[in-house]
Design a protein around this ligand. Structure first.
Ligand code: AMP
Length: 283
């Protein structure tokens, strides 16, 4: 298949239907662009499992709050397409916001309980924006399978539930977090960090690692594990914890003791930059 860039949602839909009709297994990798190795690992996993790989690049306005970084979110479409083509993608879908949300758009997809805590509580409306755009991207691409990163743990849980509850019929594959050599989870937003903030941001993964070490040594008390991670993070002058919680990994319900798979999830401002990370603890 010759590499192709599509910007018009109607063309994308028509192309997706053709691919389906031809019996091709189609994978989609939704992103907001400014690609790093985390995104590329999703593309490589997609390439290994499908006949046709579609990368979508769309900085989705409906998942940003009014005081968030939509306007300054980093963009580099040419660089992204070069990197993605290096991973062997077949098609890039890069719509603009006006095409995805024409005037009068007023239908949103809401996942309830799973989308309430953590990022859902701190970013009201965020997961409705995510669930809506992902539903649209599934409809437009007609993909059989979609790849998402475990870096956005709650997002992955929300999307799995969305697909199940609305019978979307798309297989969802979660891909492990890709980190910098020193442990910082890769993120497009890392580009916002100054050199000093970049050093302080290491406390996120270090805090999670400290909690995991305590867990491995037998600690099961949630408050104690959270305090272990929190102390490391709070020691950084530029850090402000937005949330740091250890919850049941399936339903994201609160826990007192880790007696089943659990996820320690955090969002921390380093200066003005909000970063997220997580680690699953399995008894
Ligand atoms: P974004 O462009 O930030 O919306 O991310 C697009 C996809 O890439 C999402 O499924 C993310 O979970 C995934 N992703 C982002 N960063 C990483 C990472 N460090 N490791 C693995 N997946 C990631």
């Amino acid at each position: 298949m010759n590499f192709e860039i599509i910007r018009d949602p109607r063309l994308m839909r028509a192309r997706g239907e053709d691919l389906r009709r031809d019996g091709r297994r189609v994978a989609v990798v939704p992103t907001m662009g400014y690609l790093h190795d985390g995104h590329l690992s999703l593309l490589r996993a997609a390439r290994a499992s499908a006949d046709v790989v579609i990368l979508t690049i769309f900085v989705n306005p409906t998942q940003f709050g009014p005081n968030e970084d939509l306007a300054r979110y980093p963009r580099d479409e040419d660089g992204d397409l070069a990197k993605a083509r290096g991973c062997g993608i077949d098609l890039a879908f890069c719509p603009d916001a006006a095409a995805m949300y024409p005037p009068g758009a007023q239908t949103f997809v809401e996942v309830r309980e799973l989308a309430r805590p953590l990022c859902g509580e701190k970013r009201p409306g965020h997961f409705a924006g995510v669930a809506t755009v992902v539903t649209k991207l599934f409809n437009l691409t007609q993909a059989n399978v979609a790849f998402f990163g475990a870096k956005d743990f709650q997002q992955l849980a929300v999307i799995r539930r969305l697909v199940r509850d609305l019978d979307l019929g798309v297989e969802i594959v979660g891909v492990p977090i890709v980190r910098e050599p020193d442990g910082l989870a890769m993120s497009s937003r890392n580009a916002y960090l100054s050199a000093d903030e970049r050093r302080q941001a290491l406390a996120l993964s270090a805090g999670l690692a400290a909690a995991e070490a305590a867990f491995a040594a037998g600690e099961r008390d949630v408050a104690a594990l959270v305090a272990t991670a929190g102390a490391l993070i709070a020691a950084q002058p530029a850090a402000r914890i937005d949330y740091l919680e250890l919850r049941d990994a399936d339903e994201l319900a609160p826990l007192e003791r880790v007696d089943r798979p659990a996820v320690m999830a955090l969002a921390v401002f380093i200066g003005k930059t909000r970063l997220i990370d997580n680690r699953v603890l399995r008894p």
